[in-house]
Design a protein around this ligand. Structure first.
Ligand code: MN
Length: 488
């Protein structure tokens, strides 16, 4: 495992004398150590900063050190912010201003001017906040007592997001074939994507994949079949078909691992030399943490891989999803999402079944796939679209429900949900914003995390929540358009 951590930088100055500075340092160390026990990454105390030099040095080191995923800053005392300008102006890593203080209560009898000079976060954090605002820094501000569970959870979420951002900066996406013919929303500027997100998106020939498939041994397939048996129920006798999916999975994974890719796309219009569209193969790869996008959709594939890293334990409950059909009956208004085959089984409500059915699209043999229902619970759907000149990240709050119908003849994984604020308004907002039919559906990444991710990447963010109206969204999009054309 690569070492990954966040740095804790505490602002102060020489004005208060050595005793105060020693106390500040001791408390900062104590806070970093205690917080590290609950946070998903260590928070490492670095320095009580008192000079321009100290601050510039630590920010440069943070940028340079690949183990540092971001900087958390706090001002125990007042720290004049002109000495922060050079360091903050250079910092490129995610930055969080933790507006907290050591103690949670004002001690009635004890409080005097010495106490005030030592415990003046309310004072120091404002000076510190101004300079970041003046620099137009991309940052996160979290306020509250550092032992408060809600504060710790928000800091933890921000850390997971920053880890996703670091993952994004080095992500490589393997494309087999190009986009589905004539489709617009899956297109995009790959050069701009690399500038903004760091993604290296490149294409490999399907012929190379077929060659790699031919070289897969029966022994390798046996081993993967054992993995399938451990995770899934077999609802088919057709082992030949399932083994063919295993062959595809092994070959795709070999090619990705060889090139250091952690996300991939394919296109049912280009399966030359392949007997089946990869279904189970893609699904099991997604369960392992690889991103996937159908029809050549590299944007959704990359976002899925990143959102999995941003979820719990670095491989969370985020899945490639597609809006398919609605239930528009009064009192029971839902969206039904699925894909031809490829939905990640980490979002399954129960143990998935391997089934073999014909596929009307793609002109190949009946493929094996995992069939299941998605879990109930609050979730989000996320779509990244290229607006021409900028990327827009759209996030909608949804509530997933147990499908209201058994749908026995639907041979794919499916999820049923209620869009916020309600089905019709939700659809109108999504369509108004230009959201795609492909999305990433996530149970464990939050809308706040997606907003933080957009901030870290310097892209537009649109959130459709229970409070959104079509009018307010239209105004927001209109103003965003002007702001982005002006360069924000
Ligand atoms: Mn699709």
């Amino acid at each position: 495992m690569k070492k990954q951590e966040f740095w804790f930088v505490v602002g102060s100055q020489f004005l208060y004398g050595p005793e105060v500075l020693e106390t500040v340092e001791a408390r900062a160390k104590e806070m970093a150590a205690e917080l590290s026990r609950t946070l998903p990454y260590p928070l490492v105390y670095k320095v009580t900063a008192k000079t321009n030099r100290e601050i510039t040095d630590v920010m440069r080191e943070a940028d340079y050190d690949p183990s540092c995923l971001g900087v958390v800053a706090w001002c125990h005392t007042f720290s004049p912010s002109k000495m922060w300008i050079n360091g903050l102006a250079e910092l490129r890593k995610p930055y969080c201003h933790l507006a907290t203080q050591y103690g949670s209560e004002i001690p009635n009898d004890e409080i005097d001017m010495d106490f005030m000079n030592l415990n003046q976060s309310a004072h120091g954090d404002r000076e510190h906040g101004f300079i970041a605002a003046r620099l137009r820094m991309k940052r996160k501000v979290i306020a509250g007592h550092w032992k408060d569970k809600r504060v710790q959870e928000r800091l933890a979420s921000w850390m997971r997001t920053a880890a996703g951002a670091a993952f994004s900066r080095q992500l490589r996406v393997m494309r087999f074939s190009d986009n589905m013919r004539e489709v617009a929303v899956t297109e995009g500027d790959k050069v701009e994507a690399q500038i903004k997100f760091g993604w290296q998106v490149n294409t490999w020939p399907v012929g190379k994949l077929v060659e790699t498939m031919d070289a897969v041994t029966e022994k390798e397939i046996d081993a993967l079949m054992d993995e399938y048996r451990a995770s899934y129920d077999f609802a088919t006798e057709d082992m030949k078909t399932v083994r063919y999916q295993a062959r595809e999975e092994i070959a795709i994974r070999k090619m990705m691992d060889k090139e250091g890719c952690e996300a991939f796309t394919n296109n049912f219009q280009d399966l030359y030399g392949m007997e089946q569209l990869p279904g189970l193969a893609s699904q099991h790869l997604m369960a392992l943490g690889y991103g996937y996008g159908g029809e050549g959709d590299w944007k959704v594939s990359a976002m899925m891989a990143i959102m999995k890293r941003m979820g719990k334990d670095g491989n969370g409950e985020s899945a490639f999803m597609e809006d398919y059909t609605y239930n528009l009956a009064p009192g029971a208004k839902y969206s039904l999402g699925a894909h031809m085959l490829e939905v990640c089984p980490t979002i399954a409500a129960a143990r998935p079944r391997i089934e073999v059915h014909p596929l009307g699209i793609g002109d190949r043999k009946d493929p094996a796939r995992l069939v299941f229902e998605g879990k109930e619970g609050d979730a989000i759907v996320v779509s990244l679209v290229d607006m021409g000149g900028r990327f827009r990240l759209i996030c909608q709050d949804i509530k997933c429900v147990k499908p209201i119908l058994p749908m026995p003849n639907l041979p794919v994984a499916r999820v049923m949900w209620q869009a916020m604020p309600d089905l019709e308004t939700g659809i109108e907002c999504w369509i108004t914003a230009g959201g795609a039919h492909h999305s990433v559906l996530s149970y464990d990444v939050t809308a706040e995390q997606m907003k933080d991710f957009a901030t870290m990447m310097g892209i537009e963010f649109v959130h459709i929540s229970k409070d959104t109206t079509v009018d307010s969204l239209e105004k927001e999009l209109f103003l965003n358009d002007i702001a982005w054309k002006l360069g924000q």
